[in-house]
Write a protein that binds this ligand. Structure first.
Ligand SMILES: [Zn+2]
Ligand SMILES: [Zn+2]
Length: 276
């Protein structure tokens, strides 16, 4: 399994400044080509980076996963669905999303249009606790506590057997760590640094509590807001998290690629590599 970070910024200010990109994450394996949370830049950076990794071409997508309606997670959803279906001509691929993404709810409007909802060959709108199996993948929606009340995180089991968790935006609540227990890789949307909690969002203190319960093989912090980027550094926060939890933890960077294999993992930046 390989995970590409086409964006590592989160929140309104990261979007409007593009201090960090906001294109979301791509998961690649022999059988998988999934885009998770296509925020602003998902389409453009996928195309730009395909010269380095051809499979990032958005026309090669086999699935799109969207956790909630906020622009930093969903803005490019419609265009990624168009790309996945070869320019809206072939009914193929799947969309797995929170119900609000396609249906809206009492507080938010849908962000995938009725027209785009018809493009993929399969759409699954999941509530926390629901699971779907598609083409050898198992995708489970995990509860999140965020101000789109339908927000979910994902736990994905790849056809090859590796497991990955992605928390999306959530504050800490009892049971969130347990839901991601023992995954091979846990990606945490930790927008805020230590000592700077914000309702509905994850701080590094929350990330520590989640990791102590989840005990994944490896963790990555991403989705950084301005306080994380200016008041401290994601690297420093990741070092702290690793020290107190004992879970190998790193801070994501734009264009970072992680390979997760049985018993071994490797981090590469487009251009160089380091064992981790
Ligand atoms: Zn967000
Ligand atoms: Zn959000």
């Amino acid at each position: 399994m390989e995970v590409f970070f086409l964006g590592t910024g989160g929140g309104r200010f990261a979007i409007v400044t593009q201090r960090r990109r906001t294109g979301g994450i791509r998961i690649l394996s022999e059988k998988a080509n999934l885009h998770v949370d296509p925020g602003p830049g998902a389409l453009v950076h996928s195309i730009e980076q395909r010269s380095i990794e051809q499979r990032l071409d958005p026309r090669k997508l086999t699935g799109v996963l969207i956790t909630h309606v906020h622009p930093d997670h969903a803005n490019d959803g419609n265009v990624m669905l168009e790309a996945m279906t070869g320019g809206a001509v072939k009914r193929q691929g799947f969309l797995v999303c929170a119900r609000s993404v396609t249906r809206g709810n009492e507080t938010v409007d849908p962000v995938v249009s009725k027209y785009h909802r018809k493009l993929p060959s399969m759409v699954a709108e999941l509530k926390a606790g629901e699971k779907v199996s598609i083409g050898g993948f198992e995708i489970e929606a995990v509860k999140a506590v965020h101000y789109d009340p339908d927000t979910i995180g994902f736990k994905v089991r790849l056809p090859e057997g590796e497991t990955l968790g992605y928390t999306s935006d959530t504050e800490y609540f009892e049971g969130v760590g347990e839901a991601y227990r023992s995954v091979d890789l846990l990606i945490l949307c930790s927008m805020r640094p230590r000592g700077a909690p914000l309702r509905w969002h994850m701080s590094v203190d929350d990330a520590v509590k989640i990791l102590e319960e989840a005990r994944p093989r490896r963790a990555v912090l991403t989705h950084f807001g301005m306080k994380m980027l200016y008041d401290t550094s994601p690297q420093e926060e990741a070092r702290y998290v690793e020290k107190v939890t004992g879970v190998p933890t790193q801070a994501a960077e734009d264009n970072m690629k992680i390979k997760v294999e049985k018993g071994r993992s490797l981090t590469e930046f487009f251009g160089g590599a380091e064992e981790g």
